[in-house]
Design a protein. Structure first.
Length: 127
């Protein structure tokens, strides 16, 4: 397992914030801003953590999760959503190791990037 974190997100605000925070905590982050970029990020190694923005309309989340789950060594998956979209994104929650709101994600970002805190954390509750 590689030490990098792969982030599947096209929201410029969140990619910028994640990138800046990753630099501050010394974590290697690779971004897939479109689902078709994901395969390239998974070719050479399994990331330590995969972060998925569950709020992007038009993305084929079934394909995203299929690609993530078909890795030889599956990386833990942290999904983030909003309270307003929690019901809409519910079908994908069980495919994540942990699901949090964007607010919680932002607050915990340094800790999330430093460790793989998502392991063993139930995905049923939005933090």
């Amino acid at each position: 397992m590689d030490n990098k974190v792969v982030v599947i997100c096209k929201d410029l605000f969140f990619t910028s914030r994640i990138g800046e925070t990753a630099k501050l905590v010394g974590t290697s982050v690779e971004f897939a801003r479109q689902p078709d970029e994901l395969a390239d990020k998974l070719i050479d190694s399994t990331p330590r953590l995969v972060i998925v923005d569950l709020t992007t309309q038009g993305w084929e989340y079934e394909e995203i999760f299929h690609a993530l789950e078909n890795q030889q060594a599956r990386a833990p998956i942290l999904g983030f959503t909003t309270h307003a979209l929690a019901k809409t994104t519910q079908p994908w929650h069980s495919r994540c190791d942990r699901v949090v709101t964007k607010e919680t994600f932002t607050q915990e970002l340094p800790e999330i990037l430093r460790s793989d805190r998502s392991r063993g954390t139930p995905s049923s509750g939005l933090g």
